[in-house]
Write a protein that binds this ligand. Structure first.
Ligand code: ZN
Length: 151
């Protein structure tokens, strides 16, 4: 049996990269900060029509999620995260820095989310707002890098 050769097609196009670092602050130890409008604003400013938008939190104790902005649900998500990461548990890292739970939350949930950009707009579901998950607040400054890649 002879298998067909693998064909590699390279499409060359002019790829543009645009990014901004936005700054937010958190008010509580556990908090959800809605970044949606600011992310959409960066996509608009990028002028990129089709590509990908990455929202990345360069922090080991925070995370990024996309979900519905409904007050009860936001409380539910925070309740679930607290149950998951167990802030009161005797984590070893707490001996040097009392925030092991936040590191674990960041590791499990993830520091980034990627979204398609189509026809110049960030693509997200009707019930998908973009949030920074604070797990070691309050913090006066949390950076979020928003990078748009495409053409
Ligand atoms: Zn730590």
């Amino acid at each position: 049996m002879v298998s067909a050769p693998i064909k590699l097609i390279v499409v060359r196009s002019m790829c543009k990269i645009y990014y901004e670092v936005i700054r937010v602050s958190s008010m509580k130890q556990f908090d959800l900060i809605d970044l949606t409008e600011r992310v959409e604003d960066v996509v608009r400013k990028s002028g990129i029509k089709n590509g990908l938008c990455l929202v990345f939190a360069p922090h080991a104790t925070a995370a990024i999620i996309a979900n519905e902005r409904e007050y009860g649900l936001l409380q539910d998500i925070l309740t679930f995260i607290k149950e998951l990461v167990q802030p009161g548990r005797g984590w070893k890292h707490n001996a040097i820095d009392d925030n092991a739970h936040a590191h674990i939350g960041s590791a499990v949930i993830g520091s980034e989310r990627a979204f398609p950009v189509i026809d110049g707009k960030l693509v997200r579901g009707t019930w998908q707002n973009i949030f920074l998950v604070e797990m070691d607040g309050p913090r006066s400054v949390r950076n979020v890098i928003i990078i748009v890649i495409g053409d």
